[in-house]
Design a protein around this ligand. Structure first.
Ligand SMILES: [Zn+2]
Length: 304
């Protein structure tokens, strides 16, 4: 993968809350299972965020929006010569590419208008429209405030604990979270939540379908990413190679529910799957990538 050094990093698409010492985020810590809670937490947090409720008691009063981060330093940093050597600037550019894709694809494919969603960079803990969260939960999308949240140190954990080292794991993770934003815009997520309430026994199965669709949407973005541009029409990526795509697929495999259960030393229990197996995650990302068409991401199989 090669990013275009002439592309402008649009920092208005992120909200930098890292310098605030966690200000406002000192809420109820999210209990996460097991000693290796971080990885397990990815699953729990995202599910909890998506099914709503339970993610903190003050969701109604604690919503985002009131604490705008100060992006001045990020803006300066990301307009400097060496911007693309900086993790946060690169990730901002990934966000720019993902949203540029959906701005075109959503009207084209689904006839819906795309509404941008910011990514919040936080460190350690953060308060969200879905309640308080800490880094242990991994990146997530909160449908209540339409924001993507990530502590960028998550990538180190992904590399060190899961062996998902490739750089392209990063845009894959972000594209997956924006996949949830798209599901939110399309009403898929709300529909799934209603189905879960009607059919609690299948709550996890439904969650898996939602997650696999987000993986597939990430694949569709990856296929079209080299066509995305900044607001001045400069291409964001110069190249994306087969090796990059393989890194995304490897990451998808490494965060499969069965792989994570095995890693944490627990027996593999399909009843507890919420995101899909390694094989399924790989398959659906690949389906999105090979077709380049979000319409092909019909994980619900017409049941919605
Ligand atoms: Zn997800």
């Amino acid at each position: 993968m090669e990013l275009n050094e002439n592309a402008r990093v649009d920092t208005s698409q992120v909200e930098d809350r890292r310098g605030s010492g966690g200000g406002g985020g000192m809420g109820i810590p999210i209990p996460i299972g097991g000693g290796r809670g971080g990885i397990v937490g990815i699953i729990i947090a995202v599910v909890v965020a998506l099914v709503g409720g339970g993610f903190g008691l003050n969701a109604a009063t604690n919503g985002g929006g009131s604490e705008q981060g100060d992006n001045t330093s990020l803006e300066q940093k990301c307009s400097a010569q060496d911007a693309l050597e900086q993790l946060d600037c690169r990730n901002t550019l990934y966000v720019n590419s993902i949203q540029a894709y959906w701005r075109t694809a959503l009207p084209q494919v689904f006839g819906d208008q795309y509404k941008p969603s910011k990514t919040v960079f936080f460190s350690q803990n953060v308060s969200t429209g879905c309640g308080a969260a800490d880094s242990g939960v991994g990146p997530f999308y909160c449908p209540a405030d339409d924001l993507v949240y990530i502590d960028l140190t998550f990538y180190r954990l992904l590399a060190d604990q899961l062996g998902a080292e490739g750089e392209f794991a990063q845009p894959y993770v972000l594209a997956h979270e924006y996949g949830h934003h798209v599901q939110d815009l399309l009403g898929t997520e709300a529909q799934m939540r209603r189905q879960q309430q009607r059919d609690p026994q299948n709550a996890n199965t439904l969650s898996v379908k939602l997650e696999l669709q987000a993986d597939c949407y990430a694949g569709a973005w990856a296929k079209n990413a080299t066509g995305t541009s900044d607001e001045k029409g400069q291409k964001i990526f110069k190249t994306i190679t087969d090796q990059d795509i393989q890194q995304a697929i490897d990451t998808a495999e490494k965060i499969g529910d069965d792989a994570i259960q095995q890693r944490s030393g627990r027996p593999v229990n399909p009843d507890e799957f919420t995101h899909g197996t390694s094989e399924q995650r790989k398959q659906w990302f690949t389906k999105g990538f090979s077709t380049g068409d979000p319409k092909a991401c019909d994980t619900f199989g017409g049941t919605q």
